[in-house]
Design a protein around this ligand. Structure first.
Ligand SMILES: *Cc1c(COP(=O)(O)O)cnc(C)c1O
Length: 364
């Protein structure tokens, strides 16, 4: 499936894009109010519904994923927001809610951890919230949260579940309908292995029904308008048509039955990465994995380097060998690096880059 030169770029977003997908973007412009566009839209929507595991429309936004995080908040009912914060991106969700004028209660845990469900339940008991925000796969730490359980708790206490699966969707199981997710969003440039610039979301009927009364939902991220246009297989404004060509090609490549294979491939890439860490540990050059066992993302692993090994210098060595790995996020930059084993990478490409990291480590 991949071309010979693929397999050197392992950032946890943007991820490496196959040449075939890049080539799909080189098609002429079309009117976004034409029958031709509606066909393109329909192909994208069909694929996205299979990806999201939903029978409802998936909205296509020409923005980065942060735009749809803002949409999730803006279109939510009035009232305070409960934000589960366990890393940089889940913290961003809380910041966006504050920036939109919401009262936010943040349930914070140390980077790498996940928020215990008991704490979520207690907070929901103590106070009535309009919605709960959470990151499925916290890309800054490699921790994965049980968003199904979080959504159930939110519902049991009359709150909507607003879920960021930007680095989860396409690489880890997400069951939009079965889990009753009210607002689930992702971006094009992570596990979907598309260029950056598109974001996708799906909302529950209940969420959509109340959105028309949301007082400050603004214009660009008005979910009611997205729904109206989606019914016509269009977008409210001029979409990034070229990126939709890429999306159409990727959805066709995944095919009608490919999503479970995609999850299995990501699980296999994760196993290879975890095994490599275990293999390196006795040397002392690698300390271990930041996220606790049982709560690890299937798309990104944050690896802690051993005492005296500066992760930033290590990545420079890796880059000299022709490979790009993700730096540790923010305050974790000196002591961790991130392996983006996601998108269209394979066990082979991940094994190869880990060998390269191992060589660089052995020379230190
Ligand atoms: C990358 C990422 C985002 C932000 O996405 P943008 O497309 O850069 O706006 C948000 N949440 C998570 C978990 C991410 O990995």
């Amino acid at each position: 499936m991949t071309s010979p030169h693929f397999g050197t770029f392992f950032l946890p977003g943007p991820t490496e894009v196959r040449p075939e997908i890049l080539a799909a973007m080189q098609r002429p412009m079309i009117s976004h109010r034409s029958a031709e566009f509606e066909t393109l839209y329909a192909h994208c929507d069909d694929g996205l519904r299979r990806l999201f595991r939903t029978s409802r429309p998936v909205f296509i936004s020409s923005s980065s994923a942060t735009g749809l995080m803002e949409a999730a908040i803006r279109n939510a009912p009035a009232g305070p927001i409960l934000s589960l914060v366990n890393g940089a991106f889940s913290a961003r969700f809380a910041e966006i809610a504050r920036a939109c004028g919401r009262t936010v209660e943040a349930l914070e845990v140390a980077y790498g951890e996940v928020v215990p469900l008991e704490r979520v339940e207690q907070a929901l008991r103590d106070r009535r919230f309009a919605a709960v925000t959470a990151a499925h796969s916290e890309t800054s730490t490699g921790a994965a949260q049980d968003v199904q359980a979080i959504a159930e708790l939110a519902h049991a206490h009359g709150a909507f579940s607003l879920i960021d699966s930007v680095s989860g969707m396409g690489g880890m199981p997400v069951e939009t309908d079965a889990w009753g997710l009210d607002f689930i969003l992702t971006g094009s440039q992570k596990a979907l292995a598309l260029p950056p610039g598109l974001a996708f979301c799906c909302v529950s009927d209940r969420y959509l029904a109340q959105a028309k009364d949301a007082p400050a939902r603004g214009r660009y991220f008005d979910i009611v308008e997205f729904a109206q246009y989606a019914a016509k297989r269009q977008t409210p404004n001029t979409p990034a048509v070229s990126l939709m060509y890429a999306l159409e090609a990727q959805m066709a490549a995944i095919g009608p039955t490919g999503i479970e294979c995609r999850w299995a491939r990501h699980a296999a890439m994760t196993s290879v990465t975890h095994a490599w860490v275990e293999h390196q540990r006795p040397s002392g050059r690698i300390e271990g994995i930041l996220a606790p066992a049982g709560s690890r993302s299937a798309t990104v692993t944050v690896v802690k380097t051993g005492a005296g090994i500066d992760a930033r210098a290590l990545l420079v060595e890796v880059e000299r060998r022709g490979y790009v790995m993700g730096p540790g996020y923010g305050k974790l930059a000196a002591t961790t690096f991130r392996v983006g084993h996601m998108g269209d990478h394979t066990v082979e490409t991940v094994t190869r880059v880990l060998d390269v990291v191992g060589e660089a480590l052995a020379q230190r």
